[in-house]
Write a protein that binds this ligand. Structure first.
Ligand code: GLN
Length: 454
């Protein structure tokens, strides 16, 4: 813990940590020492972790990287972080992220951009988003693991951009209670770690049924670490033809082919598969996610939390709401609230929101059919490119940024587990990742396949 705290201070330039909590860290490390001495050492005992700023942490600033939550210190702890704590983990601080987890480059945070520890010719690169602080912190050895959340790729894309492992569990595997909501039917918490083994151990501590989240599954948590046998003989791995997209860099195509061969060499059977509705996933996601966000973000009204605009003489409650939200939300969050409100409005509900929900069902059916036909896991690239330069996309058409999620959003729409594994470097030496998609509740198997690929 002391070594990590030192490394965090020395790495201020990365801007990975938004709130450091050294006193809490040292106190929990001492508790962990005592537990170890007493012979009571749970899985995460003494392991220093960074916590994404989206998780409510009792008495510790929790802002979702938004100005609107300035000064908010929750009176409660999220289920995931309290389980990690119960398992002996040590919280080092709160990690920077995109505002309300909306973004793919960690450039929308009120704390400023996060810098990827990997660079090319001194060009500053994005660590990806929205869990960019988590990814940068793990990649730069500032902590042994970090919590992330993934609504459309926010664990897997930054993991791929920084050369680490990032897993989005099946929807319902980890409780969402106490995690600031973005799009509730898509949000899932998951581990971001250096290795697949670490991901297996950390997921074991994060997962489990929680009566406080009605979408949390009442299922036993398997021993994920014990599943890492490296034996994948006879497993059927699908390669979806719709994920071969025009414009994918050669290095990513090559990596994908090499990953396929690795799995084949380990005894897996490789099959071509089709997921015909893939091309509708991004448009459906960018209707559903903003719709849910516009509803979830209605609670930030200047009354209950954080920032409140100063009132001018004659201002009423409407001006207070308007000015608070105009000042407190950044441009990307405002865009999502406007899109979401529009697609949910009476005149457009059927044309956009309802249609997107139908498309979502078709996307899920594509996966159901492939799994019913005997496929155990699906291998795809994690991202359509390596990490890009900070500022490079920020002024572009927002849709350009949204295209980053092309390989990841399908997994959230279908509620499946997905994992990004670092598997190679591009010609400039930047990390690239592959994604494995598994069956619902198939995390143990998925981790074992990822273990072979690592
Ligand atoms: N990049 C996607 C978005 O901006 C995904 C974000 C996420 O998974 N939290 O919505």
């Amino acid at each position: 813990t002391e070594a990590c705290l030192g490394a965090i201070d020395a790495a201020d330039a990365l801007n990975a940590f938004a709130h450091k909590t050294p006193e809490i860290a040292l106190e929990r490390a001492r508790e962990a020492d005592a537990r170890l001495k007493a012979g009571d050492a749970p899985d995460m005992c003494g392991i220093p972790l960074g916590i994404k700023d989206l998780f409510c942490t009792e008495g510790v600033a929790t802002q979702a990287a938004s100005k609107i939550l300035q000064g908010f210190k929750p009176e409660y702890e999220s289920t995931v972080t309290s389980q990690l704590r119960a398992s002996g983990a040590v919280m080092l601080g709160k990690l920077n992220m995109d505002e309300f987890a909306m973004g793919s480059s960690n450039e929308t945070a009120c704390y400023g951009d996060v810098v990827n520890p990997w660079k090319v010719d001194d060009r500053k690169l994005t660590p990806g988003g929205s869990s960019g602080g988590s990814a940068a912190a793990v990649a730069a050895d500032l902590c042994l693991g970090a919590t992330g959340t993934d609504t459309g790729g926010s664990i897997r894309q930054p993991a791929a951009f920084t050369g680490i492992v990032g897993m989005k569990p099946t929807y319902g595997r980890c409780s969402r209670w106490g995690v600031v909501a973005f799009a509730s039917s898509l949000d899932q918490a998951g581990p971001m770690t250096r290795t697949v083994r670490d991901a297996a151990i950390m997921l074991g501590a994060m997962a489990g049924h929680d009566a406080k989240d009605s979408t949390s599954a009442d299922l036993a948590v398997p021993d994920f670490e014990a599943a890492l046998t490296g034996d994948i003989k006879g497993r059927k791995i699908g390669i979806p033809r719709e994920y071969r997209m025009e414009g994918t860099p050669e290095a990513i195509e090559k990596l994908w082919a090499e990953g396929t061969e690795m799995l084949r060499d380990a005894g897996a059977e490789i099959v071509d598969i089709s997921l015909p509705h893939t091309k509708y996933a991004l448009p459906a996601y960018y209707v559903i996610a903003p719709a849910e966000a516009s509803s979830n973000l209605a609670r930030y009204d200047g009354v209950r939390y954080g920032h409140r605009a100063t009132l001018n003489a004659g201002d009423g409650i409407t001006e207070m709401y308007e000015n608070t939200r105009a000042q407190g939300f950044g441009p990307e969050v405002q865009r999502r609230v406007m899109i979401g409100t529009y697609v949910l409005s009476a005149g457009f509900y059927d044309a956009y929101y309802n249609r997107a929900r139908k498309v979502r069902a078709l996307i899920k059916r594509d996966f159901d059919e492939v799994f019913a036909a005997g496929v155990d896991a699906i291998l795809t690239p994690a991202t359509p490119s390596p990490a890009f330069g900070l500022g490079e996309m920020a002024d572009a058409d927002p849709v350009e940024m949204y295209l980053n999620d092309v390989f990841t959003v399908t997994v959230n729409l279908a509620g499946l587990p997905g994992i990004a594994v670092p598997t190679g470097l591009d010609s400039k030496g930047l990390p690239l990742g592959l994604q494995l998609i598994g069956k619902p509740w198939g995390e143990a198997d998925l981790l074992n396949t990822a273990y072979v690929l690592e």
